[in-house]
Write a protein that binds this ligand. Sequence first.
Ligand code: ARG
Ligand code: ASP
Length: 722
Amino acid sequence: MYKKALFLVIAISLFLTKARADEGMWIPMLLKKYNIEEMQRLGFKLTAEDIYSVNRACLKDAVVIFGRGCTGELISDQGLVITNHHCGYGQIQYHSSVKHDYLTNGFWAMSQEEELVNPGLTVTFLKRMEDVTTQVLEGVTDQMSLKERDSVIVKNMTAIKKAAIKDTHYKAVLKPFFHNNQYFLFVNEVFKDVRLVGAPPSAIGKFGGDTDNWMWPRHTGDFSLFRIYADKENQPAEYSKDNVPYKPAMHFPVSLKGVKEGDFTMVFGYPGSTYEYVPSYHLEMLTETINPKLIDVRTEKLRIMNRYQEADAKVRIQYAAKNARVSNSWKRWIGENKGLAKLNAINKKKAFEQSFQQWVEVNNDLNKKYGDLLADYKKLYQEYTTYRLAGDYTSELIYRNGIEIAKLAGSFDALAELYKAETKDEKAIAKLKETLSKAAKLYFKDYHLPLDKEMTAMLLDRYRQNVPADFHPNIYQTIDKKYKGNTEKYVDAVFKKSNFINQQQLEALINNFNEKQIKILEKDPAFLLFMSFKELYKTTIYKQLKSFNQQLAELNRLYMAAQMKFEKDKVFYPDANFTLRVSYGQVKGYKARDGVFYDNVTTLEGIIEKDNPDIYDYRVPEKLKELYKKKDFGRYEVNGSVPVCFVATNHTTGGNSGSPVLNAEGHLIGVNFDRAWEGVMSDLMYNPEQCRNISLDIRYVLFLIDKFAGAGYLLDEMTVVE
Ligand code: ARG
Ligand code: ASP
């Protein structure tokens, strides 16, 4: 008994002083200090310097931010980048039309000349990072007011960033870590000529669609290929036909060796945001109010979109990316609520808070500093929740794939403002007109008015039912007075009278815009609709939310620091903040629910099993079926099939999509693209039993490029390890 207890004490303290596998998104430059031993114990064969170094080429040089919210990695010395299909989706859709439907049929450039240019798309390399906490906090004292503190910090940050990139073409980013307890500087290099090289048909790249999204077992070939171009000096440049493929300092060798249960895996990418250190009140807010309300409104959005998309092939393409965006968080929220409930997360937090409070209260100093923290949180969340709901719900209406016509009309507010300014800035006006005109073109390319109309009526009604009356903008008075509360009649009128329903009319408005047109704009019903929500947001919601968020940030800063003191032997990882991180773990199946255990890999068999010509998400392309029938698997064959996806215990989140998944040698074995449904609450609380990241097996990628697409020439530029 005694021995057992002693063993337990030792085991627990060992467990606490070393970073653990599975949970955690670690800072590359600190691996040496906290993680590398553990990683090596799990089988990793490289050193911390191999992953991150400022003195020589290392793995970090092969990882990029793809676009604005994804990760990608270099897989050849000619700038070839792989990321997810869903990360390149916007670009694939951009180049698609009913005639050249790359979404449906896939796209493969058969030579570099055929690669497609993507205006606005960038990839970003990290050159170096640095802990600048001391410099950022220079001059900050405990006696300062929050405002003073803030202004010192902002000033310091600006100076640090400026100095860091002086006389270079680099970009500096400075981000708080551990809720403003630490600060890191990132010096980045951004490339702007990134061309589409290849993408499988959606029936592969999005196989299983939103039905399988966030789910394991998974069979999605979620990848697309791009190429970075640079000028003759290998420097970033705007698109030019004279640009040449970029020569990276490092690219990942691609391994055909595959994975098995227990193998070491590492994910190296850009996780977006996590909330691991929040108090129980935050979880209550999400699970009881925010998630249920947002799930409900998006269920309705999807119902409308799906119906129109099923009825019309053109609408299906137009709303493909919009639908995916709405569906993605909708489904994650559902999973998050289930996962937190199953984990009993709120009670776990409460128990933690209780022992934290006890620890605080026995010490005078601590008590003075942290004694009221939890009570303050409690009070704040009570008010914050309603405002957050109103804020989120407003965004669901006028920003996040809500009332499209209102969002479009609203974008003209800035133009009106420019005209109203005392001294007119003609240059800014011309530029904005050009931007608006471009945006309008893109808007109408993907716009279906009857859908938007139905959406508008639904959203206005839902908002009224779900958001407290204090937050109802004055447009509801118009609806009630002029239309006797009949939302549909009101919406009919909006869509009849607005200038924002057709492109020519809008072009004319933009071209002829002057002081007089401001009146027309300000009477436009779509503009009025937008402005009524925007006004409400500005006057009633935003100011409060901003103040709540500041108060929360301050509580978070204190609570984070306090938690680190409370568990002083634990190695903490900072919440994700879209900076480069390392997650490591093992290939591992899991018990999904009572009586159900999931294997760690899926294969081509499963794709054939799911095949169903009657269900859009499960139509397997003929060519793939043929390859399957002929068993034409080439060197990608394993036990009579081809591996497709695998799961592992790497802690990942949104933003990690497209991240390289590496084996013990640092070779590419997969591309991360999702998490398993049972574990999506990992953004708030990680459960090693159920949290799994889902990766595309790189052998499936190579099989598709080689056998399915016949673009085998691309393999020639990769470094394939047999
Ligand atoms: N769930 C994955 C992630 O958050 C994939 C999303 C794209 N796919 C989709 N079916 N919506 O990015
Ligand atoms: N699918 C997510 C992404 O796009 C990854 C995740 O949330 O696990 O980044």
